[in-house]
Each structure stands twice: as structure tokens, then as C-alpha cells.
Design a protein around this ligand. Structure first.
Ligand code: ATP
Ligand code: MG
Length: 584
């Protein structure tokens, strides 16, 4: 995206505020005209003082009322500009946020929290500065300059030409610095993103950093990133230094030139004292406006990369958007079919799922077992359309899930994630994610079913207890039970339990298993577990290996057939809790 495109796109945010924006522009137009009258009247006052019998009082009165009107217009312009810019910033940030949370999970995780937040924050800030800069600085300055030159030339061509030369030097210096800093600015923004990416990653992992006593090295790594950021920043700052020197020198010389030319003209009777004073004022006005304009434009250049990233995020399309003819999945029975499904997670890396076919009748319980990394979670991700198959199709109740709306598909599936997936909110709020209107009695019932009420009621505030980022103020087993309660509360016709009980002791697990068995009643349930006891009662057991189903059947039939599963079960019987994960 070009600088001009990003700029125009930023300004287009004003469309929804057309009326307020027009008011601001009108006030600015008035300000521009008034600013110009100021030196003219000042010149008149001086001229009148120098001439006996001049109308000095009339000019002074006009000058005073002018100042009052200027103040009123100035206040109107800046207050409205501020309000508009604040409103637009928040609206745009909300839009970026809305979009960010619909992106494919893999894309979000790959970028990381810190970077995404930087894009939203820095982008919002850049937009704010752009709108404010446009309405409060660029617009008034351009109006003032557009009025200044015709008036100045009509008054005195020689002195006006000096002003015009000054303007040319300003514009040239700014263009030069703009060109020299554009790529540098891009690098500054990249370094800032790296910095915030690291910052977000570390802060969300403070327990690990502390446990590994890595404080010093983490701080050092962050310092190194700050160093890179500064290194990227210095050349840019240097060019701005050059710009300041150039423009300062030009404006001083211009002021001297105005008085020099003015004095020469006066000696030859071609300029009055009042005119020279007015042109001194014009020069001040011009320098002030050009300075503002130059500062404001360099702000635009500085913010351009942040703005581009922001709009890129707003424009980024979700991985699997609804088809235009997508239909809602309703009255779900829960019959599921995979037909020759293949999906490569990483091309050529032989990671993923290959040629998986499967028929699951409504209400059945399917257990997935197999090595860590065999593709169990991936298979479930495909069913939820967190990923799409590269080949084959998945059907629910006979309907291709790609033809369904995402919202209705996800509504039909309750999930307990491998990591519990909790928010830094109260227990009640975490549960209500599954059913926003749930009553307190319903929350308690779900917690009781998941064997979680016993610990929740002990917490200060009970349901209102806030559980920390990703639930870190709870124990691992408590997190899992809360996540199970949430899935029970969702009451969806299809249930996925991805190692939902892996962090529980055997006694609690036995209790939770009862709850899960109850929850699985009348639902199609997929259960991924490493414990023999959990998968024993399943209607169908699938053994996955390197993304392929290598065995399938009931517990008895698989044990009897003496294959991979029988080996795993045999090994598991020898261990305490009947876990066959290590043997698997
Ligand atoms: N987004 C991703 N990018 C790259 N590789 C991935 C991604 N997600 C999963 N993988 C890889 O795909 C393989 C299958 O992962 P999957 O999560 O399906 O395994 P799993 O059977 O659920 O294992 P576990 O029992 O450890 O949970 C693994 O090797 C994993 O590293
Ligand atoms: Mg997994």
C-alpha cells in the first residue's frame, strides 16, 4: 500500500462523520481568513500611527474583535476535531479486533498476542494522529496558505516573491526527507513489532520465566531488541534533524530578506511602513504554517507503516469464510462421516491426516488413541472447520460441513480443549461463554456434573472468583473440570473431549468420567484419551498412526485381533492408572 493510499484510506474514515467534519472545515476556513487579516490590520494600525489624523482607533477595535472571533472558531475546530478523531479511532480498532478474532487459529498463534496487539494499538494511534493532524494542522495550514499568496501578491509582488521562494525551499526539504526516511520508517515499525511480540510472549509466560530463573536473559534479550529499535530509529531521526536545520535557516534568511527588500523598496517610495510590517507578519504566518505542515506531514510518514499493517489486518480474510449459499445446521442428530479425508498441515512434511474414512452413527462414542502427534487433535480440528480438508469431505447428518454456516457448525459442537482455554474472568463468565443467558442454578448444575462445584464453592466469591490469565490461578485439574462444566453447559449435540481428564487424579477422574458418561448420553462424542479406562466403553475405537487410521473396532475385537491396540492395552494393564500413553 502506497503512502498516499494509506493516507487517503485513513481520511476516508471521516465519511461517517461528514457533518461534524464539515463544521470543522468551515471553522478552519474562517481561522485561515482571520489569521491573514491579523497582520494586515496590524500593518494598518502602525501605518495609521505613523500618519497624523489616521483612523487608528477604528483599526484597533477591528483588531480586538477579530481576536475574539478567532478564539471562538479555534475552540470549535479543535473540540470537534478531537471528538471525531477519538470516535473514529475506537471504531476502527473495534473493526480490526473483530477481524483478528475471526482469523484462522494457526495464523493468530503464529503471530502471537504481542504483535497483534501492537498492530491494533499502533494502528489506532496512527489513525488518530492522522485524522487530528489533518483537521487541526494540515487543513488550516493549507487554507491559510491558499489565502495568503493571492493577498500578498496583490499587495506587493517583490516581497511576495521572497515568501514564495521560502515556501519552495520548505516543500523541497520536506520531500527530500520524506523520500529518505520512508524505508527507514518501515524498519522502525518492524523492530517495534518484534519488540512487542517478544514482550507479549514473555509476559504471558512469566511463571515459566521465573521457574527457569531466566529473568536476566529475558531482560537482556528484550534490551537487545530495544537496541535494534534504536538503531533503526537513529537514521530517521538524523534526517529530521537535517530538516529542522534547513527550514530554520531558510526562515531566518527569508525574514531578513523581507526587511531588506522592504527597506530598499521604501527608499524608492514603492512600499509603505504599514506594508513592510504586514509582510513581516505574513512571513511569521507563513513560517508558522509551513512548520506545522511539515511536522504534520512527517507524522504521516512516520505513522504510515503502522497504518498499513492496521489496514492489512482489517482486510485480512478469514481462512474459511461462509459460502454465499451456506445454510444453517439445525435439529442436529449428530451422524458424522469422514470420506477419504486428507489434510496436509505442512506441505511435503507428511504431517496431517491421510485418507481417513469413517461413519459414526448419531449418539455413538468414538475414542481416538495413538501416539502423541499422530493427528488426533488435527482430525477434530477438521470436523470443526478450524482447518479444511485438502481432499475428501466431512458430513454431519449427511451435509457437507463446507456448505454450512460456521456459526451453526460451531454451535453444534461442544469442545473441551487439550489446554483448558480459560479467560482471565470470573468462573461464571467463563462458563457463560458457552451459554450467555445461563442462570446461576444452571451454572451450579453444570459445575456439579463436572465435579467442579466442590472446589468452586471454596473460592472467595465462588462463581465470581476471577481465575487469572488462562486460568492460572487454578490447579491443572480444576481448570479441566471447569472446561468440562463449560462444555456440559453448552449442551451441544456433538461433544469433543481432547484429553479432558489428563490432569485429574484417578479418584477425581472416576467421578468426572461418570459426569462425562452422563454428558455423552444422547450425543455423538469423540474422546481422545491416553487411559485405558476412559476408552473401554467406546462404541468404536480408532487407532491413529502418523495421520492414518491403522486399526478400528470395539475394545474386545481390537484386543482379540492381537494388533497394535492389543499391545498397547497389554502394556497399559501393567501400569498403575491404566495409562497406555507411554506404551502407545
Ligand atoms: N499449526 C501447526 N503447524 C505445524 N505443525 C502442526 C500444527 N498443528 C499441529 N502440528 C503438527 O501436526 C502433528 C499432529 O498434531 P496433533 O495435534 O493432531 O497430534 P495429536 O495426535 O493430537 O497429539 P497429542 O496426543 O500429543 O495431543 C504434530 O506433529 C504437530 O506438531
Ligand atoms: Mg492432541
Amino acid at each position: 500500500m502506497l503512502l498516499a493510499t494509506a493516507y487517503a484510506r485513513g481520511l476516508s474514515q471521516l465519511r461517517t462523520e461528514a457533518r461534524a467534519a464539515i463544521l470543522v472545515m468551515a471553522a478552519n476556513l474562517a481561522l485561515g481568513a482571520l489569521a491573514l487579516l491579523d497582520p494586515i490590520l496590524f500593518g494598518k494600525v502602525i501605518g495609521a500611527l505613523a500618519q497624523p489624523g489616521g483612523h487608528v482607533w477604528r483599526y484597533i477595535a477591528a483588531w480586538a474583535s477579530l481576536s475574539v472571533i478567532s478564539v471562538a472558531a479555534g475552540v470549535t475546530a479543535s473540540v470537534f476535531a478531537d471528538r471525531i478523531a477519538h470516535r473514529r479511532r475506537l471504531a476502527a480498532m473495534t473493526r480490526a479486533f473483530d477481524n483478528a478474532i475471526t482469523l484462522p487459529i494457526a495464523r493468530v498463534s503464529a503471530r502471537g498476542t504481542g504483535k497483534l496487539m501492537q498492530v491494533v494499538f499502533a494502528g489506532g494511534e496512527a489513525l488518530f494522529q492522522l485524522l487530528l493532524g489533518f483537521m487541526r494542522e494540515q487543513l488550516p495550514a493549507i487554507f491559510a496558505l491558499a489565502l495568503l499568496f493571492p493577498v500578498a501578491f496583490s499587495m506587493n509582488v517583490a516581497m511576495a516573491s521572497v515568501l514564495a521562494a521560502l515556501a519552495v525551499v520548505y516543500v523541497a526539504a520536506n520531500l527530500l526527507v520524506m523520500r529518505k526516511t520512508e524505508t527507514g520508517q518501515q524498519r522502525v515499525n518492524e523492530e517495534a513489532q518484534a519488540y512487542y511480540g517478544r514482550l507479549g510472549d514473555v509476559i504471558s509466560n512469566v511463571p515459566v520465566v521465573q521457574a527457569y530463573a531466566n529473568l536476566k536473559s529475558e531482560t537482556a534479550a528484550l534490551q537487545a531488541l530495544t537496541g535494534d529499535l534504536l538503531k533503526a530509529l537513529f537514521p530517521v531521526i538524523r534526517w529530521y534533524g537535517v530538516l529542522t536545520v534547513l527550514t530554520r535557516a531558510a526562515s531566518t534568511l527569508a525574514l531578513v530578506a523581507i526587511f531588506g527588500v522592504g527597506a530598499w523598496l521604501a527608499q524608492h517610495g514603492r512600499a509603505s511602513l504599514g506594508e513592510i510590517v504586514s509582510f513581516g507578519g505574513f512571513a511569521g504566518l507563513l513560517i508558522g504554517r509551513l512548520d506545522t505542515l511539515s511536522g504534520s506531514i512527517s507524522g504521516v510518514v512516520r505513522n504510515a507503516p503502522a497504518m498499513r499493517n492496521f489496514f492489512d489486518l482489517v482486510d485480512e480474510r478469514p481462512g474459511s469464510p461462509d459460502r454465499p449459499d451456506a445454510e444453517a445446521l439445525e435439529d442436529v442428530r449428530g451422524q458424522i462421516a469422514f470420506e477419504r479425508v486428507s489434510h496436509w498441515i505442512v506441505e511435503e512434511a507428511e504431517l496431517g491426516l491421510f485418507d481417513v474414512s469413517l461413519e459414526v452413527p448419531a449418539g455413538a462414542t468414538v475414542a481416538l488413541v495413538g501416539h502423541s502427534g499422530a493427528g488426533k487433535t488435527t482430525m477434530m480440528a477438521l470436523m470443526q472447520r478450524l482447518r479444511d480438508p485438502d481432499l475428501g469431505e466431512i458430513r454431519i447428518d449427511g451435509r457437507d460441513i463446507r456448505r454450512l454456516t460456521l456459526a451453526s457448525l460451531r454451535q453444534a459442537i461442544g469442545v473441551v480443549f487439550q489446554d483448558a482455554g480459560l479467560f482471565n474472568r470470573s468462573i461464571a463468565d467463563n462458563l457463560r461463554l458457552a451459554r450467555p443467558g445461563a442462570s446461576e442454578a444452571e451454572l451450579t448444575a453444570a459445575l456439579e456434573a463436572a465435579q467442579a462445584w466442590e472446589f468452586v464453592k471454596e473460592k472467595p466469591g465462588g462463581l465470581d472468583y476471577v481465575i487469572g490469565e488462562r486460568g492460572q490461578l487454578l490447579s491443572g485439574g480444576e481448570r479441566q473440570r471447569l472446561a468440562i462444566a463449560r462444555a456440559i453447559l453448552k449442551d451441544a449435540p456433538i461433544l469433543i473431549l481432547d484429553e479432558a481428564t489428563s490432569a485429574l487424579d484417578t479418584v477425581t477422574e472416576a467421578k468426572v468420567k461418570q459426569a462425562l458418561d452422563a454428558a455423552a448420553q444422547g450425543r455423538t462424542t469423540f474422546i481422545i484419551a491416553h487411559r485405558l479406562s476412559t476408552v473401554m466403553d467406546a462404541d468404536l475405537i480408532l487407532v491413529l498412526e502418523k495421520g492414518r487410521i491403522v486399526e478400528r473396532g470395539t475394545f474386545e475385537s481390537l484386543v482379540a485381533s492381537g494388533g497394535r491396540f492389543a499391545e498397547m492395552a497389554q502394556a497399559a494393564r501393567l501400569t498403575d492408572g491404566g495409562a497406555f500413553s507411554d506404551a502407545a
